[in-house]
Design a protein around this ligand. Structure first.
Ligand code: OSB
Ligand code: MG
Length: 368
């Protein structure tokens, strides 16, 4: 495609209820959307940074700055480019993977729309719908958690993930397991523990969890390997998997037996597919994580999760799990515990311009 301009917007989307993890509580999703304006039409992407650098070193205002000063200009200077060119053009900038992923997605969407080709087909999707899991934040107490989980099970979600942190781990997990029997259940610690907590974490083994996600710090690959040897519960990495190389290292070290793939965290959907391919080759199950995406990123995640190596249900929930009003005209919905892989060209979505304007708090257009 031939790029004419890149528009960036900061959005503030109110969440249906506050989302609490081991690192904090969010009530409004602050996120950046990207519009790539090309001679063949527009493409949309989403930069999934959070407002604060607690999950990752990336955060929205940093993303806003680096996108305008370095990353969008690198694409605009190239002018005519294919989606495959984007990673190479953005490579000189160290890190800022979520920003790179959002820009790449906008170019992908524009290019695929121009060819009338759906993203799922381009990435290698093999199914037309994917099973949907839900990530449940830390609640006031275990009773409130059981009530929240019950609501999601009633809606049909096929897998529950609960957030845990020190002091809110064994009792919360026990409460959910006791209340709902043999549901598919997993926990996410978001780096809240150290190897010194191994005995406590081993007590989770009795709950027959699908996995424990990211118990230790992002760069603790060796400690994760030591922990994995002490647990029966499979260790899954999220924060630590920042690239194909990080994934290969984690597998070589035995740091994880399952991987959560998030395109934003690894720098794009193309890198995400490479990690999928590596894991599939190695017989390591993967699943698609989420970053409270709008209808833009949610559509892309549904397409990614349709690749054959995604053998565990992902955090690809319906839009209404987080938002009362999405910025797309047909938000992702839950149907019999599944979400549909979009079939239209590119992301297969249409932006609702009024809804988008209503949540836009800042906007800039960059030209060549
Ligand atoms: O650790 O998977 C995580 C949301 C923001 C940051 C990190 C995480 C999450 C979630 C929500 O768990 C996943 C979703 O979008 O449904
Ligand atoms: Mg996680």
């Amino acid at each position: 495609v031939t790029l004419e301009a890149i528009e960036l917007r900061v959005l503030h989307l109110p969440l249906v209820s506050p989302f609490t993890t081991s690192f904090g509580t969010e009530s409004v999703r602050e996120v950046i959307v990207v519009r790539a304006r090309t001679t063949d039409g527009d493409g949309w992407g989403e930069i999934v940074t959070s407002a604060e650098p607690y999950y990752s070193s990336e955060y929205t205002h940093g993303a806003w700055d680096v996108a305008q000063r370095f990353l969008a200009p690198a694409l605009l200077d190239a002018r005519t480019l294919a989606p495959d060119d984007v990673p190479r053009l953005l490579e000189p900038v160290v890190g800022h993977r979520m920003v790179k992923a959002g820009l790449e997605l906008a170019v992908l969407d524009a290019a695929l729309r121009a060819e009338s080709r759906p993203l799922g087909e381009y990435l290698g999707a093999t199914v037309d719908r994917v099973p949907s899991g839900v990530s449940v934040g830390i609640q006031r107490d275990p009773d409130a958690l059981v009530e929240a989980v019950g609501g999601y099970l009633d809606q049909g979600y096929v897998r529950i993930k609960i957030k845990i942190k020190p002091g809110r781990d064994l009792a919360d997990t026990a409460a959910v397991r006791d209340a709902f029997g043999g549901i598919r259940l997993q926990v996410d610690a978001n780096s809240a523990y150290t190897l010194a907590d191994a005995d406590l974490l081993a007590e989770l083994d009795r709950f027959d969890l699908l996995l424990i996600e990211q118990p230790l710090q992002e760069d603790d690959l060796v400690d994760h390997a030591a922990l994995a040897r002490r647990l029966r519960t499979p260790v899954c990495l999220d924060e630590s998997i920042t690239s194909l190389k990080a994934a290969a290292d984690a597998l070589a070290l035995g740091s994880a037996s399952v991987i959560n793939i998030k395109a934003g965290r690894v720098g794009g959907y193309l890198e995400a597919v490479r990690i999928h391919d590596l894991c599939r080759e190695a017989g390591v199950p993967v699943w698609c994580g989420g970053m409270l995406e709008t209808g833009i990123g949610r559509a892309a995640n549904a397409a990614l999760a349709a690749l054959p190596g995604f053998t565990l249900p992902g955090d690809v929930s319906a839009s209404d799990r987080f938002y009362t009003r999405d910025i797309v005209t047909d938000p992702i919905v839950l149907e019999d515990g599944h979400v549909r892989v979009p079939t239209g060209p590119g992301l297969g979505i249409d932006i609702d311009p009024i809804a988008l304007d209503d949540v836009t708090i800042d906007r800039v257009e960059l030209r060549r």
